[in-house]
Design a protein around this ligand. Sequence first.
Ligand code: DHB
Length: 301
Amino acid sequence: MQTTFLGKILHTPIVLASGVLGNNKAILERVWENGCGLPTMKSIGPAPREGHKNPTVIDLGNGMINAVGLPSPGYLNMEEEWQELSGRTFPINASIYGGSVDEFVRVAEFVSAKGPDFIELNISCPNSDKHGMIFGVNAQSSHDVVAAVKKVIHVPLIAKLTPAAPDIASIAKACEDAGADAICAINTAGPGMVIDIESRSPVLAFKKGGLSGPMIKPIAVRCVYDIFKAVSIPIIGLGGISTGKDAIEIIMAGATLVGIGTAVRYRGISVFDKVTNEISDWLAAHDTTMEKIRGAAHREV
Ligand code: DHB
């Protein structure tokens, strides 16, 4: 199910969400071989960072809560990964983060020169006060970071937004005005907390964490719906998408591509092929196409 996205041909419209499977070429290639049109790397940061203590991820049945803590070797310490990835036969979306506009710019400029197909700005992580959603909840700071990064990179820029913003559509518009080529929505919701009542303490070592999986899908659908109304750049819709019907729903809200993260844990690595086939089957049964149903939920009935 070939799809063109910002001038690149992808073999399916399914994106691997950032952070789910790391940055190793072999694993990114495997998801691509299993029907993922665009694998996204785990966010790359300005300096070596260990991330939070265990436990960092807990399965809640209807989704997960995580506070991994943006672990990264730092952009200067990934030569081996870039070497391997330079010989790849598949597209990649490189996610990056920073603690200031200057840090975002430094990481972006360096990473852009390594030749990813897209750069995704993670201005929406719930698990770091300095590096996190502090940018993505404010239209001005979102605009500033996108505008500054856009000047130094040579590949399309995707802004990854948080549902914690009071008005995500205004953040998306600020990113579009600053030169973003696409919006990716949503990052994990919350943050939330889970308390173990026997030990009377939060279960995650970091105490709070981002929510993902089926429990956040209605938030993701609402966010994509609001963003679609506000911008004309394409949207990667994600947040709790596990099946072809979920994908159809978020496409009707306005998504061009559909991201999958937590569902990799629930349905295995073949989830990309499965969701692609489920989308095809639904479209065939309804005698329609992706293009015809995109944004369909916006039409007055
Ligand atoms: C982390 C980063 C994210 O952007 C997110 O949504 C969840 C977790 C992290 O590394 O902690």
